[in-house]
Design a protein around this ligand. Structure first.
Ligand code: CA
Length: 538
């Protein structure tokens, strides 16, 4: 398959998946069409084919298929949109990696912590990947689908819409899936009878072939139930990944910057998502990996994600990133799964605290949920709000940048500027009206701090990035603790807000956080971290 076709195919599936929550939610009850296929010639022909390929009695297959109902709406649902929208990772990310899904994922993880640990021990797949998959697929069981799997698969096997660009290939796929489904039924298996408009079943949205190959009874009740047993779903997803080559303890991806002038983007993107280059080769081709990526032993792929009309995003994907795309052939899907899982993990590590930004809910609701806690904590002299600067595309700074010249640095783009204003607005909504705001000297931090409009901004050397000088990590952390201790002692009841960089916040909390994300930290009088809560950027 050509690269272009492969990419188109991956995006096609992703777009389908992105629409799925809406589509699954559409039928309010079990569809109850009156007509059945009956014993017509094409039914007999299909039955003959399936009887042969799946070793089933032909008469039995005819009987089953003849009783299935045609579902005209399913023919429409599998068609790509007439006017496809431009690929947009940021839009895709915003749909799945958002506070309410993170909160639902946190609850799922807490409820099934033991099963998730057992799955990791048995299959080597970490909880955040399983939790990410189930969250993106069905929002933790909220969107299971109410279509008859037999009706769906029979319709798509007998009457697949020929206007689909890959009609023959897709029809063959659904015929094969119908064969797997009927085989399970014939063998008396407990396979789900209801699913999505494409025949995907249960919490993990397994197609019948995946059900056959990878589903397991993980709660030990003697049957596999992917609709009613989240524990079976957990074991089955982990088993799927193990069977597709997941390697324990290998990261999924690293940050990478390909914005420099010497970057050979054509060579880097040629293998698409197949891990091909080691870290040294990536550097030769001009890609700047983050610190962990530079020391990674193993092949990497430069994964490119389009952002509509804006510059694309990139990550360096490992073999485990590739494995995630085996679940659904889309790099957009894979990164959403990974980032959702990471966000839930961060919330869990932060003590189960996940903030609900104002835009994700009604204003009144937001004011009732987290808010007072945040504003009240910040009035005390034991809490500080650390924030990573708003979105600035890329990693690190361009070669030869100067701290006295903003133009030479990596800066906020329009999206980042809007984000910074939004964060300020959100903080005011939470009751943080006046603050003492300190910023790193980097322009992206100062701009973020100023756009929040919460008070005058002062630059503190203690908040400067040490991304390019990792040896300064310990001394910079000590400086920041000292700054926190000094400022908390003198701030009165105003909030203390520090705008700094990813590496500085990671050194302080041990956690990776996204652009514009905030950490409410409780500290000792010496400025040392006691505990913290993560507040994702609104
Ligand atoms: Ca079970």
């Amino acid at each position: 398959m050509s690269q272009g076709l492969r990419q188109a195919r991956r995006w096609g599936v992703a777009a389908l998946c992105a629409l799925a929550a809406v589509c699954w939610a559409a039928p309010k009850g079990k569809p109850a069409p009156a007509a059945t296929w009956g014993e017509q010639a094409r039914v007999t022909e299909l039955a003959e084919q399936l009887a042969q390929s799946h070793d089933l009695p032909k008469a039995w297959v005819i009987q089953k298929i003849a009783k299935a109902h045609p579902l005209p709406q399913v023919r429409q649902l599998v068609l790509p949109p007439a006017t496809p929208s431009a690929k947009n990772w940021r839009a895709y990310q915003a749909r799945f990696v958002e506070p309410r899904r993170i909160e639902a994922g946190l609850q799922f993880w807490q409820r099934h912590d033991q099963a998730l640990r057992r799955a990791q021990a048995q299959y080597g797949v970490p909880p955040e990947i399983v939790v990410g998959i189930i969250g993106v697929e069905t929002y933790y069981g909220r969107h299971l689908g109410r279509f008859s799997v037999l009706d769906v698969l029979t319709t798509l096997s007998l009457d697949f819409p020929l206007e689909h660009p890959r009609a023959l290939e897709r029809q063959a796929f659904f015929r094969s899936e119908l064969g797997f489904f009927l085989k399970q039924v014939r063998q008396g298996a407990s396979i789900q009878r209801q699913g999505s408009y494409a025949g995907a079943m249960g919490w993990p949205q397994f197609m019948p072939s995946s059900w056959t190959r990878h589903a397991v009874d993980f709660d030990g009740d003697g049957k596999i139930d992917l609709n009613k047993s989240p524990v079976d779903a957990i074991g089955s997803v982990a088993n799927y990944f193990a069977n597709h080559g997941w390697k324990p303890d290998v990261p999924t991806h690293f940050a990478v910057d390909v914005n420099g002038p010497q970057v050979d983007l054509a060579t880097l993107t040629a293998p698409d998502i197949v891990p091909t280059f080691d870290a040294a080769r990536m550097a030769e081709l001009g890609a700047r990996l983050d610190e962990a990526g530079r020391s990674f032993q193993g092949p990497l792929a430069l994964v490119e994600l389009q952002n509509g009309g804006d510059a694309p995003s990139h990550v360096a994907g490992t073999s485990n990133f590739y494995v995630v795309t085996r679940y659904n052939w889309s790099s957009y899907y894979a990164l959403a799964v990974i980032e959702l899982g990471q966000a839930i993990k961060a919330a869990k590590m932060a003590g189960g605290s996940v903030a609900v930004p104002a835009q994700a809910t009604s204003a009144g609701e937001a004011m009732r949920t987290t808010p007072t806690l945040l504003a009240e904590s910040l009035r005390s002299n034991r809490h500080v709000l650390l924030m990573r600067h708003a979105y600035a595309p890329g990693v690190g700074d361009p070669p030869g940048y100067s701290l006295s010249n903003c133009e030479t640095q990596r800066n906020l783009n329009e999206e980042g500027q809007a984000q910074a204003s939004r964060i300020g607005q959100w903080l005011r909504q939470q009751g943080v009206k006046q603050a003492q705001v300190w910023s790193s000297i980097w322009c992206r931090c100062q701009q973020t701090a100023e756009r929040m409009q919460l008070g005058p901004v002062e630059v503190a050397p203690a908040l400067a990035s040490f991304f390019d000088t990792p040896s300064q990590a310990a001394s910079r952390l000590a400086d920041m603790e000292q700054l926190i201790a000094q400022r908390l002692a003198r701030k009165g009841d105003q909030a203390l807000i520090l705008v700094t960089h990813h590496v500085n916040i990671r050194a302080f909390t041990g956690r990776d956080i996204g652009s514009g994300d905030m950490v409410l930290a409780e500290v000792t009088p010496q400025g040392r971290l006691v505990r913290f809560s993560l507040y994702p950027s609104p």
